[in-house]
Write a protein that binds this ligand. Sequence first.
Ligand SMILES: [Zn+2]
Length: 696
Amino acid sequence: MGLNKFDDCLGVKFADAAAIRRKLAYLCRPEDKTPVEAADDELWISNGTDVTKFLSSQVPYMREPMNSLPRRIYDVVGLMGPARSGKTKALVEGWINYALTQSPGDMLLIYSTKKKAESMAKKDLARCFSATKGIAKLRTGRKSDDTLTYKHFLNGMNLNLDSATETSLSAETYRYVACSDYDRDDDGVGQEGDKFSLMRKRVQNAKSSGMAMAESSPGRLVRNPLPEEKLGAHEAQPCGGIAEIYNQGDRRRFYWLCDDCEHWFMPVFEVLHWDDSLDNDIEISKTAHVKCPRCTHIIGEDQKQAKNLEGRWFREGEIDQYGEEVIDEGQIRQSKWATFWFEGVVATYQSWDELVRLYLAAQRQFDTTGDENKLMSFYNVDIGRPYILQAQSNDIGAHELMAKAVDYPRAVIPSDGRFLIMSIDVQGGSKNARFVVQAQVFGVGLQRWVIDRFEILTNPNRNNERVNPAVYPEDWDLLIEQVIKKTYPLADGSGRVMKPAMTLCDSGGSSGERDGKKTSVTDFAYQFYNRLKPKGLAHLFRLVKGASRDMDSLVKESYPDKRSKLAHGEIPLLLLHTNRLKNRVAASYTRLEFGSRYFHLPKWANRDWYEELTAEYIDDKGNWVCPPNTSNETLDLCSYAEAGMHQLGGDNINWDSPPLWATHWQLNTNVVDADVTPEFERKPKRRYNHSKGIFG
Ligand SMILES: [Zn+2]
């Protein structure tokens, strides 16, 4: 809008008012597109590296949830579904696009963490906003209007991005509030209470034009599952998070129509079938197909898209038990919350053979190790269904385990034992400082026995004073003779002994104080490892540390270099996936029948030992939690031993031809004859082989 009219009387140039009006008319142009139409017309979305056109025909099951967002008869839209289904793009980018171009109003977008919010703003939203014309021309171009967490647009709309905190969810008023990946963060917000209630409060002032939306794959464990017949036809098992929001609404589920019997059915995981008789997972997964639960008519994956296009959402009660549509509104669940749930079988970007492969691998891990982690994430993320905990370990108490205890001698290697692992728990603190040590033997098929448990309480080199691993570095040296070099006699009475294959030791623990200076267990642990190196004992000893549950492996060897001035990247530290290790331990002691990975619980151990083994419980996110002021040393020590076994390669042993350290006693490299002094030290390798031929 240049200055193009010259006023002869005034001698100045004026802009043309009509031109300005025409140019900015789009800002107040009434639109009547639905969110799906608006997205199909204009929306471009990030595909991770670039942008791609959003097409609702690719994710037809997202049309009804999207179009429910502007409906004034609804207060809430909630959607529970699997990953790789396009649900987030449709409900977040799709909604922003609709709000900005059709129905402006301030919006708050909640992510699981602030970091996630910023990274979404930087990548996905930035790409989407510049590629989508309708949004691009609404940007003001001012830096202050386009920060990572706040965006202001020409039509007056504000968009805030944040995580769920007491500040972000209090006081301010919005017209729209959305939460992406609802279950990746806690349901509660600080002291303020329920996250979803707080979200809804923010849009209350907007009355019926306000809307709160939450979408997520489920992430809560079902602790007390109800029998199927007690659940409503579309009801999810009771648990927190997105499933709870879904259950409170009108519970819509996505249905397919069978071509053969012409009845509606839910494409849930149970209608997916495959041929188990084939050799390997790849071949098995290729046979994946859907069978109509009524007439067993087969639907191939090539028909998935067509089925999705003609598929329909039905509220609870809208489909009867015969798969026929119910017209009588009185029988249909009514709610101001439009809530949706579909499963991985319909997800556009998740193939059926991939689903089957993931399932087979997860189920196998559970069957062999008792570790439910993979199965849990398969059901939650890939299927989109809240997971029902299989293991009953939560309900087993110390007295029940004591009743299962087996009588075998203490401090003796049992006749089927093949290798020995020592575990050390380090207790600093002013009151109860000590080293807690446990000896665990693994045998054929990874059956296990705990054969000894003792504490190191006093240091003879310091006048038998009380040890404190957090205060006296020299106390750590006691571990060499009393743990690393400890041997146990074999059960056959031959006088032979077995050396530990490995010793694992906690590297954390409370800090102490000496001569007014702060001391740390971690520093002393690193120093101790450095002292073991010149002695040739370092290969027998590993420090461990619990890591976050996002770690992809069970045990990972790392070399910390930044955290400690003592480590210099030369000290191996085993990072433990504590959750999965504890799952394995619990699975082994809850096994009822003797077999592989069976835990021979010790009769010689006292009640405290069993109390410590069963001290922790699994919370609704699948994490092991130790109640405050409760001892859990036994469980920790057993999970260290499990980690050591795994690190040595125990999980991959072919028991028909085991490695020498796990073979029968006659050839076992850790078994020492009666008249021989056990050797532990590894001779340092000579760095150079000086030729003696010429000079010597
Ligand atoms: Zn059928």
